[in-house]
Design a protein around this ligand. Sequence first.
Ligand code: LAQ
Length: 372
Amino acid sequence: MILRLSNRACVLSGSARLKSTLSTFFDEMGKAGIILKSASTGIFENLALEDWIHDHVDLQNRSMLLLWRNCPVVVIGRHQNPWQECNLPLMRRLGIPLARRRSGGGTVYHDFGNINMTFFTSKKKYDRHRNLKVVTGALKALRPDLDVAATDRFDILLNGNHKISGTAAKLGRTSAYHHCTLLCSVERSVLSSVLKSNASEVIKSNATPSVPSPVKNLLDVDPTLDSNIIMDAIVSQYNNEFGFDGPVITVDPTHEALMPGIQKMAQDLQTWDWIYGKTPKFSVCTSIVVNDVNIKLDMVIKNGTVEQCAMEIPEDWLPSEMVNEFTSALNGSRYCSNEAALLVAAFMRTHSMTDDVAEKIHRLCAGVVSVM
Ligand SMILES: Nc1ncnc2c1ncn2[C@@H]1O[C@H](COP(=O)(O)OC(=O)CCCC[C@@H]2CCSS2)[C@@H](O)[C@H]1O
């Protein structure tokens, strides 16, 4: 199964004949500590790799570190509301996808200038302080003058005031993982603009809120660093801290034969029902001004779907019968701009109305869609 083994690195690849899955391969290796690097930059493949390892690898007698990077993406926590956390219309324009991870915590932006690390252990050995010590120790080993320290909430701060790393975790019955980011050279203007919600003021919910902080890239303070040097330093520090001596194994998370079931795991993470539908119930309460008329809009959204919708519209502006039909058409639909647009198009086709009324319905819809 090992295709290439050079010094301290090896690559697991699909073209080799497989005798075992990744978990039995690790059992045969017999190492207490294993370091993996993902060959993918796709968020859904990488989150699926985490899930697969968590569910299938024996972590009772072994610890693992997975290093990975992604193309631009916004990653929300398990119990968050994406409409409250990020600017979805802007992300659609920029072609930046949204992912929901299985761990809790807040929303972060990833691109190739951000390193992710996942520390897998048994639940007993789960120790976020020690893992973050690996990261700060690696940075200090590279540049002794860097002022980097972990906080009580498991962020890592640079110079005591700028966040360079955020943490989240998933604790299973017997195994656990702690994953964290490290800002090396991300596009900071993109990070701040996509993490600014266009709808947070009109949403009420009990979803986990993010804790925004000023952020900095490590390369802004030391341009001689780069992500590969930093990843190498983290590998050495992990081996030193835990007394391991494993090579770095590159693994391709699309490799179904090596990790049976992993493709389904990646597909599940990409469904609308997981990304948006898992949002805790919330309400939207806003006013839209159309032709100087103030329209009050109230919606309750459950499982990402409009459960209740009410509009207060003056009778002389739009007949209440039309308003009722329009709001009932929205009921039961996904809280999603594409679906709302399709729904309005169908509504227009199936209801006869004057041009004036059609224009008003269009504007009403634009107002509703602007908060989606
Ligand atoms: N990439 C990255 N790294 C560090 N901090 C970030 C990043 N992106 C945004 N932020 C800042 O953190 C807050 C949110 O902080 P908050 O503390 O609310 O959330 C987190 O830190 C979650 C970290 C999740 C790590 C996982 C590891 C693998 S998949 S994602 C945000 O508003 C920004 O100010």
